[in-house]
Design a protein around this ligand. Structure first.
Ligand SMILES: Nc1ncnc2c1ncn2[C@@H]1O[C@H](COP(=O)(O)OP(=O)(O)OP(=O)(O)O)[C@@H](O)[C@H]1O
Length: 198
């Protein structure tokens, strides 16, 4: 692999007893982080997004996380939690362009009326899909997907995976955690195995 194709690079990531972790993900590729419950999969993604204090360095297209603000980094490297947080009164207020979500909402079987609803009124699966759309709205260079379909039915799982594939075709690098080995098989080009910490 040519160095130039590497979109995300991490060196020596370490949080308490997790790590050190080195990884590289090329543009358009997906790395799955696998391992038993508690092995540190979510924490690995949170280190990459600079959401927890950690040792080590991360780079996007060769530019270090340390050279920009945390929010600036997270605009490029977007963490999508399986339990997303919401802060505004309506779902629509979490988007820069709520009307622009119509097509993807249709693809994910989401009724347009959900935009005007309060986030807490949505089902768990509706919130998960809306949080995914929120994360991809401004086209991050790296998507960190933490159990992205844990609350979804098979039709929505496949629709969301299709959008992830399109993001990759457009050059996005993806890091995925999933307890579904078939999803890892479908989406990931490489797998990094974390060992049990017990
Ligand atoms: N902010 C934190 N500070 C200290 N320890 C933490 C923190 N977040 C998680 N942990 C601990 O680190 C370990 C790994 O947590 P993590 O959420 O990364 O696991 P995981 O591999 O994603 O597990 P699961 O598959 O159950 O989601 C767990 O033992 C957890 O309790």
């Amino acid at each position: 692999m040519q160095d130039a194709a590497i979109r995300l690079r991490a060196r020596g990531l370490k949080f308490q007893s997790i790590g050190p972790i080195d990884l590289e993900v090329a543009a358009g590729r997906c790395l799955a982080v696998s391992g038993p419950s508690g092995a540190g999969k979510s924490l690995t993604l949170k280190m990459l997004a600079d959401l927890v204090p950690h040792e080590g360095d991360c780079f996007v297209d060769g530019v270090a996380a340390g050279s920009m603000s945390g929010p600036g980094w997270r605009r490029l490297v977007r963490y999508v939690s399986s339990e997303p947080g919401w802060w505004a009164a309506s779902v629509a207020q979490h988007f820069a362009d709520a009307n622009g979500q119509a097509e993807n909402m249709r693809r994910l079987s989401l009724d347009a009326s959900l935009l005007e609803a309060a986030p807490e009124r949505l089902s768990t699966g509706e919130r998960q899909r809306m949080a995914f759309l929120r994360a991809i709205e401004d086209r991050p260079k790296v998507l960190l997907l933490d159990e992205p379909t844990s609350a979804l039915d098979p039709v929505s799982v496949h629709a969301l995976e299709e959008i992830v594939r399109e993001m990759m075709q457009a050059g996005c690098a993806v890091v995925l955690t999933s307890h579904d080995p078939e999803q890892v098989e479908r989406l990931a080009h490489t797998v990094m195995q974390l060992e049990s910490r017990r």
